[in-house]
Write a protein that binds this ligand. Structure first.
Ligand SMILES: [Zn+2]
Length: 103
């Protein structure tokens, strides 16, 4: 598993349960721990409200996430809308997440 980040489009990470901003220090420590398992174990307990979650389910602004593969378009001339994303996910057979990365 690989972490696909948004580069300079990173703003913050929020708790998916209570919407608290998750401190960068806590998130980095959780990422370091997960990296030791090559990101195969992503389970975390949120520091704000103690909910069971996953590093992949935290709310990344802008979106980021974990993936087994990446489909990448550099400097795309158009965006895919939700319907096109669903169609593509159906063709591939797995859920997809659009990540706008800027480096
Ligand atoms: Zn929370």
């Amino acid at each position: 598993m690989k972490f696909v980040d948004q580069g300079q489009n990173f703003e913050r990470v929020l708790c998916p349960f209570c919407n608290s901003v998750i401190e960068a220090e806590w998130w980095q420590a959780a990422m370091d721990k997960a990296q030791a398992s090559s990101f195969n174990h992503l389970a975390v307990m949120t520091p704000c409200c103690g909910a069971s979650s996953s590093l992949d389910d935290l709310k990344y602004e802008l979106p980021a996430g974990f993936a087994r593969f990446v489909l990448e378009a550099q400097d795309p001339k158009a965006d895919l809308d939700d319907q096109q994303m669903q169609a593509l996910a159906q063709i591939i057979g797995v859920g997809l997440r659009k990540i706008w990365a800027h480096y």
